[in-house]
Design a binder for this molecule. Sequence first.
Ligand SMILES: Nc1ncnc2c1ncn2[C@@H]1O[C@H](COP(=O)(O)OP(=O)(O)OP(=O)(O)O)[C@@H](O)[C@H]1O
Ligand SMILES: [Mg+2]
Length: 239
Amino acid sequence: MIQIKNISKSYVKEKKTIDDLNLEIKNGEIFGFLGPNGAGKTTTIKMITGILDIDEGDILIDNISIKENPIKAKKEFGFVPDSPDLFLKLKGIEYLNFLADIYNVSKEDRKNRIEKYSKMFDMFDNLNDRIQSYSHGMRQKIIVIGAMLHNPKNWILDEPMTGLDPKSAHDLKVLMKEHSSKGNCVFFSTHVLEVAEKLCDRIGIINKGKLIFVGTYEEMKKKFKEDASLEDLFLEITE
Ligand SMILES: Nc1ncnc2c1ncn2[C@@H]1O[C@H](COP(=O)(O)OP(=O)(O)OP(=O)(O)O)[C@@H](O)[C@H]1O
Ligand SMILES: [Mg+2]
């Protein structure tokens, strides 16, 4: 569970990039975070994951404050950042073992999980190559695999399907569904409205740092316009 409580953030004085945002992502749900470029999705995700300090408010991951108890809170989630260009000098397997070490994943669990996910994402034969030599999609996949190694309850994914081929994107969506159906929490940002519509239990729309809608697609249609596509609604309410 992720509870975002009245958070605000400014990068520059007197301009709130995130303005008093409140949001609760429940266990057992897939929550899609939508909004135009520059709306504040990544900034919010960076505060949830403790990468950016929160100016006002607090965020709890499974009731643990990322502000007060960052190390403990960080153990409770897996994170896929918006850019996969990380740890380029490491081989895929070195990166995964590094993460498994950080999170104290046992030898047996790490072996099983690395094998399961790298085979699923067609990365098994590339684990001994440097991440530098990976394509964009392959880098994305190694980061997704790494985020799952400690079997976290909460998944926080910033545009996770970007650059994935159709099969890998499909596999990731299946994993997200499985994960939430086991009572876990999946929070992800996307620009792909079709994915949001099909996959998400609820969606939130942020515009200029303010949350302008939270609920199901059905609720959104009721609130704004019956018979409208998600695309039409999105364009109208973020205008
Ligand atoms: N490090 C930074 N310093 C100053 N301003 C920043 C910084 N990072 C982001 N911003 C600004 O904060 C706002 C929100 O950016 P953010 O990256 O959160 O948007 P986003 O919703 O993730 O957009 P996108 O869909 O393009 O990924 C933008 O106006 C951006 O210019
Ligand atoms: Mg972003």
